[in-house]
Design a binder for this molecule. Structure first.
Ligand code: GDP
Length: 588
């Protein structure tokens, strides 16, 4: 089959993409959902995300970029002739436990893992290291969702991806995900085959897997993928790994403008007591200095303090440099671009303009995520219950998630774990959990006050538990609540119409003989002529021998007053089937 090539803009909405691909929008949203992105029809996807989704759907389609358009989130920077070389931005990715954190620790010579407790963080941590008198910027991306979020804003910020594969474990699902990410982001790949100090290490097998199944051919076999066998534990070959990263980056001629107003991306943002908004920025062009006025989306402020990843004060940050700044008046969004403003007035003005724009967009969004979820559930005939789970330690996190998945709903409710991690509920968790039918469960963790306020603002529900059974009970009840009540109709009796006495606008008075069962006031009735269903009516009174009767039984004659919603003609010979209708709450 030949592949179709479809051109799309740098960023498209879910709806536009569905139209372009001639797919039901629900299919697209469902696929995004599976990838941890709770998108609405108006949500913008960047080119890479769109490409991944198309690939995941197994469509015979290749997406191609249309001529660049000015997206509302980001204006592409055009390099000037004065652009200078900049440090490469390197993401370290790979399967859990393959040694990403250990490798970063070994490269940086410190403990970055402190406080992370083996968990999944939802933000991007950025570091820098000097190698051969050159700087390398390293991004730690434990949660791939974090990258997905950045990419939604049209930002592709990685030049090189180090894919860490444990030599004793081989290629695993997140390894494959990392390879796909690197390719879709157009980043160069360097494979670090880690843990070669172990007896069970089998680097050759890893290479074979990568070459035969994923098209990554090692240089030593005549391919063009750089693979370095390393040990984060002993430090073996780490220098060589960094040499290779620089070598691969040099093929790209990475440059940035220094003499322009600073601009870049928000890569992390959280509130800290006493410091206010602490915001991680990655400078892309220009130089950022303290006292500068900044705008990022709807947030603005003046740089009060600026420090590097070790917390050391900085006086200036140039291209490819990650910095932490304080001074924002509110939290900017993770993934927003930032730029400078001349003064407070301009900064405030730009932030307000962004807010207005956002409100306008929100107002024009006529399809909300709840509609989409309804559409999805109708299509799949099952409701979705989305949870994001946080726990104090990895062990309890795993058991909470496993137990949640074991709640049997007989296929009536789909439980999606849209995120998980160890540690207190964070602002990023809240951002991830915005949307209908989504709940954050915290097990033995806290909800810091600033995060609580954000949750309230974003209407995100956070439920904290210390006892696992209570948590599971709550989840079960929530899932039951999602089930639409079942409509149960019970047949009560049948009457053959023998005469029609009066037909006014919304009332018919008729008489007949009870064939089966009984009839009483308040019953509903299907009016049938042969097999044809004519109308549904309600019994508003029952008479036996011109007397009001409570009930009339099989074999008896009676007169009925029937309430209708429109003019209904009843004829002799018609049948009335009496029934009750109840809404019965479904339980799991
Ligand atoms: P991550 O989940 O990818 O960040 O993996 P970690 O860095 O947390 O490492 C997972 C486990 O593998 C830890 O117990 C590390 O001590 C261990 N580990 C990491 N690198 C090496 C290595 O080079 N050699 C050996 N023997 N163990 C390693």
């Amino acid at each position: 089959m030949t592949e179709k090539i479809v051109a799309i803009a740098d960023s498209v909405t879910v709806g536009e993409l569905a139209t372009t691909l001639n797919l039901p929008v629900t299919t697209l949203i469902g696929e995004l959902f599976k990838n941890g992105i709770a998108a609405t029809i108006n949500q913008r996807l960047d080119f890479e995300t769109a490409s991944i989704i198309v690939e995941e759907l197994g469509l015979e389609v290749t997406l191609k970029k249309k001529e660049a358009t000015v997206g509302h989130t980001r204006v592409e920077h055009t390099l000037s002739e004065r652009a200078v070389p900049r440090p490469p931005i390197v993401a370290v990715m790979g399967h859990v436990d393959h040694g990403k954190t250990s490798l970063l620790d070994a490269i940086l010579g410190n403990k970055t893992a402190a406080g992370e407790a083996g968990g999944i963080t939802q933000h991007i941590s950025a570091y820098q290291t000097r190698h051969n008198e050159r700087m390398i910027t390293l991004l730690d991306t434990p949660g791939h969702e974090a990258f997905a979020a950045l990419r939604q804003h049209g930002a592709v910020l990685t030049d090189v991806v180090i894919i860490v594969v444990a030599a004793d474990d081989g290629v695993k699902p997140q390894t494959v995900e990392a390879i796909r990410f690197a390719r879709s982001a157009n980043a160069k790949i360097v494979v670090a085959i880690n843990k070669i100090d172990k007896d069970t290490a089998n680097p050759q097998l890893v290479k074979t897997q990568l070459a035969s199944e994923h098209g990554l051919n090692p240089e030593e076999w005549g391919g063009d993928t750089v693979m370095v066998e390393v040990s984060a534990k002993t430090g073996q070959n780490l220098d060589k790994l960094l040499d290779m990263v620089l070598l691969v980056a040099d093929m790209e001629d990475l440059r940035a403008d220094e003499d322009v107003p600073a601009e870049g991306l928000v890569i992390e943002a959280h509130m800290e007591t006493g410091r206010g908004a602490v915001v991680g920025l990655l400078v892309e062009h220009g130089q950022l200095k303290p006292a500068y006025y900044l705008v990022a989306g709807t947030a603005y402020g003046r740089v009060r303090t600026m420090s590097d990843f070790r917390g050391q004060t900085m006086k200036m940050a140039g291209p490819s440099t990650p910095v932490n700044v304080t001074g924002f008046k509110e939290l900017p969004q993770f993934g927003d671009s930032f730029r400078l403003a001349k003064n407070e007035k301009e900064a405030r003005h730009l932030a307000q303009a962004a807010r207005l724009e956002q409100e306008k967009m929100a107002a024009s969004t006529n399809v909300t995520s709840s509609d989409i979820l309804k559409m999805m559930s109708q299509q799949h005939d099952a409701e979705s219950f989305n949870v994001l789970v946080k726990a104090d330690v990895q062990g309890s996190l795993t058991s909470v998630i496993d137990s949640l998945k074991l709640i049997d709903t007989g296929g009536l409710v789909d439980l999606h774990v849209i995120g998980s991690g160890v540690g207190n509920i964070s602002e990023n968790d809240i951002h991830l959990a915005v949307g209908e039918n989504t709940v954050i469960y915290g097990f033995n963790v806290d909800l810091p006050p600033a995060v609580k306020r954000l949750a309230a603002r974003e209407h995100v529900e956070v439920r904290l538990y210390r006892v696992i059974y209570e948590l599971l009970d709550n989840a079960r009840q929530s899932m039951e609540a999602l089930l639409a009540p079942e409509v149960v109709e019970t047949e009560v009796g049948q009457l053959r119409v023998k005469g029609v006495f009066r037909t006014v606008r919304e009332e018919v008075i008729a008489g007949g003989e009870m064939m089966t069962g009984k009839v009483y006031k308040g019953l509903l009735a299907r009016l049938k002529r042969g097999d044809e269903h004519i109308a549904e009516v309600e019994v508003s009174s029952v008479q036996r021998q011109h007397q009001e009767a409570k009930e009339v039984f099989e074999g008896e004659m009676c007169g009925l007053s029937l309430k209708t919603t429109r003019k209904v003609v009843v004829e002799e010979g018609d049948t009335l089937e009496f029934f009750t209708r109840e809404l019965v709450k479904k339980t799991l």
